[in-house]
Write a protein that binds this ligand. Structure first.
Ligand code: ZN
Length: 469
């Protein structure tokens, strides 16, 4: 087999116990208690409106993310193997299924990773698999705790075991987030049988790049930049490195920063209790927290959770009532657009509905305060305090606006917040590239539409300069 020596964490041929509804409800109840422990542990109020249904929602999401343990390749394939004499009598041609979206959970960080995979095979004795079943196999294996490499190898193994082709190849492209590294797209591949021949692999690679059929949008990098996802050239797939790193962004991302900070989190009594809750989650979804790949994952996740909610330690800024200046700006508002200070701050926050990260950039414009000189460091600290807690993007944007307004003395603040939400990609086949923008205005920006429009344009231009520079 052509794949690298990746240990297979799960035996695909084994019959997996399919629990009845009662068992699942009991599991869900235990997961719910564990999630409540996590939320209370970071200092949040479980009775708060936005958080009331979160434990149930997160428990269900964990059940879904682990539903692959309750299926086997055999049960997924079912009766969808077809014998085609036409194919059997010729030397056959390659069959390829491209661009299958998937979202899985990293066993290392317990956070989602997602992307697309492509599978090619050469039928043997005219046996073909119903095409939709390939996507079902992908979904089954993705809904387990995985590493990208094992996922790639297991897909190949499962397909081989059920379909018995003359050869098979799998290529997986995924958004990866690992501590100490920039967010990147990683490509992994595995192959067997006739695909071990360079010519067959070359043919596969060329076919992957045909573009006549409707294709999905390219997966976007974690920082919102669209990398070219054309599958690597034949030589790249054939060389022994097997993995290709492509930085998806040149800028520091709020998520990476948070991951780095998480490494320096100190263990406390609180974190020990939280770790216990995460271990419960792992056991309840049918995993063995003691197995090698999961060792340290619970602790790692807790540190990340604590770092990403460290904002609770800092007080929020409140408006200090300097609204009287707004009227001074009524006539010269358009000219002020160019006088505004602009700032683009990367942030990372935690969605309070799904307990998953959302991250992106906050674009901030403010009119120079008549009382205070505000440093960009102060504003960055403000963004951090507001974002490092359980949030929704809409409220985060308003809170940053209040904070900037208060810091600058109430002259005017305009905020546009761009973010991509892991909860939107982790829920399966939705658009992986979707992102959300929210805005908030204070002071002069609230009153003057033209000023708002002009300033937004300035902010965008300034941002483009940064990107191209
Ligand atoms: Zn969410």
């Amino acid at each position: 087999m052509g794949g690298s020596a990746v240990s297979s964490g799960t035996d695909l041929s084994a019959d997996v116990y399919e629990p009845g509804t009662d068992d699942l409800l009991e599991t869900q109840a235990k997961l719910q208690v564990a999630v409540q422990t996590l939320i209370a542990g970071i200092g949040e109020d479980l009775q708060r409106d936005g958080l009331r249904d979160t434990p149930k929602r997160v428990a269900k999401a964990w059940l879904d993310a682990s539903s692959g343990y309750r299926k086997t390749a055999k049960s997924v394939v079912g009766g969808a193997l077809f014998h085609e004499p036409e194919i059997a009598n010729t030397s056959g041609g390659l069959v390829i299924v491209r661009d299958i979206d998937f979202a899985s959970t990293s066993e290392t960080s317990l956070l989602p990773f997602y992307g697309r995979c492509h599978l090619g095979y050469l039928p043997s004795h005219g046996v073909v698999l119903g095409l939709s079943k390939v996507a079902r196999l992908v979904a089954m294996l993705a809904k387990r705790l995985q590493t990208q490499e094992r996922f790639t190898q297991e897909l190949l193994n499962a397909f081989e075991a059920e379909v018995l082709p003359q050869g098979c190849a799998v290529v997986v492209e995924a958004n990866q987030l690992e501590s100490g590294q920039k967010a990147h797209i990683r490509v992994s591949s595995a192959r067997s049988g006739c695909f071990l021949q360079p010519e067959v692999m070359e043919e596969f690679d060329t076919l992957l790049r045909f573009s006549g059929a409707a294709k999905h949008e390219a997966v976007r990098g974690l920082a919102g930049v669209t990398p070219t996802l054309g599958v690597s050239s034949a030589e790249k797939l054939l060389d022994d490195t097997r993995l290709r790193y492509s930085a998806s962004s040149a800028v520091t991302n709020g998520l990476e920063e948070c991951m780095e900070e998480a490494e320096h989190e100190q263990g406390t009594e609180v974190s020990a209790a939280l770790e216990g809750a995460v271990l419960t989650i792992l056991r309840e979804i049918g995993e063995d927290p003691g197995r090698e790949g999961l060792r340290g994952s619970a602790q790692r996740y807790v540190k990340f959770l604590l770092a990403s909610t460290a904002g609770y330690k800092e007080p929020m800024l409140h408006q200090d009532g300097c609204m009287d200046t707004c009227s001074n700006y009524s006539r010269q508002s358009r000219r002020q657009a160019s006088h505004a200070k602009g700032l683009h701050v990367h942030f990372m926050s935690h969605c309070e509905h799904h307990m998953l990260p959302f991250h992106g950039q906050v674009h901030i414009a403010y009119l120079p305060g008549y009382k205070h000189t505000v440093s960009s460091e102060e504003i960055k600290a403000l963004v951090k305090t507001c974002s490092r807690r359980l949030q929704i993007q809409e409220r985060l944007t308003q809170e940053i606006a209040d904070g900037v307004d208060s810091l600058t003395g109430g002259t005017g603040a305009l905020i546009a917040c761009e973010a991509s939400h892991m909860c939107m990609v982790a829920r399966g086949v939705e658009k992986h590239a979707s992102s959300t923008i929210t805005t908030a205005a204070r002071g002069a920006y609230l009153q003057h539409t033209a000023l708002r429009a002009d300033t937004l344009q300035h902010l965008m231009q300034y941002q483009d300069e940064i990107k191209s520079g």
